[in-house]
Design a protein around this ligand. Structure first.
Ligand SMILES: Nc1ncnc2c1ncn2[C@@H]1O[C@H](COP(=O)(O)OP(=O)(O)O)[C@@H](O)[C@H]1O
Ligand SMILES: [Mg+2]
Length: 264
């Protein structure tokens, strides 16, 4: 085992057992280690268990087979060390943008003005200045997702678990948010597990990309994707384009298998 690993996922299998209907084997014998301050992207076909894996690390689902350690301790519940940005943004519909972001700061040892200031800084960061008093129902999907991101970033967790956080954003906002996320990650180093279905985004943001196989999900391959400085100009470099192609091939094979599995 890697001594430096902050997150250790060891032989994790997860089965959903709905009250009605058949049991679903979502993950099978998944092992993965993530170092402190590493940015790891998780790619794989829809339904392969990416969200399930994040929920387990986040402590939102119990680990029944295998083990998950964070800083050497088994995960048993959600905690302030792990911030999660859900795929389907979980905002309080009855709270404004400001109140949603402040919620993440309630338990912090900060004075009220400090809290307000911090909330405002993150609202501005995600480009929602001017929408502080809006309610989620008044916002577009992308704006809701940015509110959720601001709320999670505001409480400064050492581990960020992000489930397709930019999936609902238009291309321009997405590029801005990627740059902001990298900036935040550099300024306040965090360990990030970032689920995406965008291969280019994964290669651009991550130090390593873990490709999962079709359901039941396993880790199929881990590819190193560090290219020195991340700046948008690398997107056009030969090295970058080749890496994206290489990973696309791995993902495509799994996506085709997933299609075949669901074919009648
Ligand atoms: N609460 C649940 N009950 C039963 N099956 C579920 C539940 N949540 C997810 N699944 C199934 O588990 C598998 C993995 O789901 P998920 O982790 O959401 O995959 P991904 O995020 O990679 O698309 C899918 O086949 C999905 O239908
Ligand atoms: Mg998912």
């Amino acid at each position: 085992m890697d001594d430096q690993a902050q997150i250790v996922i060891d032989g994790v299998t997860h089965t959903y057992r709905p009250a009605h209907g058949r049991a679903v084997l979502a993950l099978s014998d998944v092992s993965l280690e993530v170092r402190a301050r590493e940015f790891l992207a998780l790619l794989g076909p829809s339904g392969c268990g990416k969200s399930t894996l994040l929920y387990l690390v986040g402590g939102f689902l119990p680990t029944e087979v295998g083990r998950i350690l964070v800083e050497g301790r088994p995960v048993s519940a959600p905690g302030p060390d792990r911030g999660i940005v859900f795929q389907h943004f979980a905002l309080f519909p009855w709270k404004t943008v400001r109140a949603n972001v402040l919620y993440g700061l309630e338990r912090q040892p900060l004075s009220r003005p400090e809290r307000e200031q911090r909330a405002q800084a993150f609202i501005d960061l995600v480009g929602l200045g001017g929408f502080e008093e809006s309610y989620p129902s008044q916002l577009s999907g992308g704006m809701r997702q940015r509110t959720a991101l601001a709320r999670t970033l505001a409480f400064d967790p050492s581990i960020l678990l992000m489930d397709e956080p930019f999936g609902a954003l238009d291309a321009q906002t997405r590029a801005l948010m990627q740059t902001e996320l990298l900036g935040i990650w550099r300024r306040t180093p965090k360990t990030v597990i970032f689920v995406t279905h965008d291969v280019q985004e994964a290669v651009y943001l991550a130090d390593r990309v873990a490709v999962m196989s079709t359901r039941p999900g396993r880790i199929k391959t881990i590819v190193d994707t560090r290219f020195g400085d991340r700046n948008p100009s690398i997107l056009r470099s030969k090295q970058f384009v080749e890496k994206v192609d290489e990973i696309w091939d791995l993902v495509r094979v799994e996506a085709i298998k997933a299609q075949e599995d669901t074919a009648p």
